[in-house]
Design a binder for this molecule. Structure first.
Ligand code: ATP
Ligand code: MG
Length: 357
């Protein structure tokens, strides 16, 4: 069983803390994405799991075994890095088989496993080339091939696609998903690209300053972010944020500039400073009876699948997602309504979610 269990894991570089006590249970075969801003500790955590970095405190288990002091090569885990780290003087086939050769695997076995990986990754015609003769995407496949042939219990990926252009990233993303469903191995995938995390993972873990801020299925994080930070980190374009305050006199509402949005219930005292979050799809076209705000189209971007419109709402520039068939023109009047079911309220100071319906 390749469950991976982190119990109160801590990492300090000298006196500087990088990981501040992380508890995480990863199930056998699960695909978990670690996301967070630069420097939050993603690579450090992954390198500790791989055994490339000492653990300052806590227990790391693979299956039932505590592996804190077990050598990387004895952990039966393969890691794929951002920069591929291929040997330039070796062919693709030699690169993929190298790790097995170092482990003194039987030659016939190496040949078979390398051929298997090449077939899986669709790189059979490239096997005699050297890394310099490959595209970025092909190099990334070779790096994955090197991990696959080891038939490890788990795969660790550290931003494996960040050196690729946008189109290739999407292609390789699909490839990684396909490999995961084919091999069914426990996978931990580090990225700072939230779209990659949401599309690939069964579960997304959001890190900040060496701590877990929130974890959950992609749609849970999208629909119920526990903090303003998570709300703004997940989703593209970003959630619109409006500064306001809670009014409890004469029925609960949120007052933003001149705009008053009534709610059925808000779990915060009168006068509490809040931030109201509305994703682009939570602000919708309104008819005269339901209009919250009238504004003008400032900029619009037809994307084919939908049209993104920028407009001023209560002193903030907001992005609204409209259906592609809606006629839109610059300076056109827009009557809009906030979809109450899709709004989020956060405390302005702590950033914590406030319950409101
Ligand atoms: N060898 C090291 N010595 C001292 N501090 C380090 C070392 N490696 C990392 N750090 C620090 O630990 C923290 C976490 O670094 P880490 O590389 O894990 O971040 P990350 O989340 O992977 O960031 P990025 O998205 O930029 O790759 C950072 O503050 C970093 O400066
Ligand atoms: Mg990193």
């Amino acid at each position: 069983m390749a469950t991976i269990s982190l119990e109160k894991i801590v990492k300090r570089y000298g006196n500087v803390p990088a990981i501040n006590g992380i508890d995480l249970e990863i199930a056998d075969g699960e695909f978990v994405a670690l996301v967070g801003p630069s420097g939050c500790g993603k690579s450090t955590l992954l390198r500790m799991i791989a055994g490339l970095e000492d653990i300052s405190g806590g227990a790391l288990r693979i299956g039932d075994t505590v592996v804190n002091s077990i050598e990387p090569r004895d952990r039966d885990i393969a890691m794929v890095f951002q920069d591929y780290a291929l040997y330039p003087h070796m062919t693709v086939a030699q690169n993929i088989g190298f790790g097995l050769k170092m482990r003194k695997t039987d030659t016939q076995d190496i040949i078979e496993r390398v051929a298997d990986a090449a077939r899986m990754l669709q790189i059979e015609p490239l096997m005699q080339r050297r890394p310099a003769e490959l595209s970025g995407g092909q190099r990334q496949r070779v790096a994955m091939g090197r991990a696959i042939v080891r038939r490890p219990k788990a795969f660790l990926f550290d931003e494996p696609l960040s050196n690729l252009d946008a189109k290739l990233r999407v292609e390789m993303r699909t490839e990684i998903k396909r490999l995961h469903s084919l091999l069914g191995r426990t996978t931990i995938y580090v990225t700072h690209d939230q779209v990659e995390a949401l599309t690939l993972a069964d579960r997304v873990v959001i890190l900040k300053d060496g701590r877990i801020l929130q974890e959950g299925a992609p749609m849970v994080l999208y629909e119920a972010p526990a903090t303003r930070f998570v709300a703004e980190f997940i989703g593209s374009p970003q959630m619109n944020m409006f500064d306001g305050k809670v009014v409890q006199d004469g029925g609960p509402s949120v007052q933003i500039d001149g705009l008053i949005l009534p709610f059925a219930r808000i779990d915060a005292a009168h006068g509490t400073p809040v931030c109201l979050g509305a994703r682009p799809e939570a602000i919708i076209l309104a008819d005269t009876s339901s209009t919250d705000v009238v504004t003008k189209v400032e900029v619009f971007e037809p994307l084919g699948s939908d049209t993104m419109v920028s407009c001023a709402i209560a002193g903030t520039t907001a992005v609204v997602r409209l259906a592609p068939e809606e006629p839109v023109a610059r300076n056109m009047d827009l009557a809009l309504r906030f979809d109450r079911k899709k709004l989020h309220l956060f405390h302005a100071d702590s950033g914590n979610r406030i319950s409101a319906i």
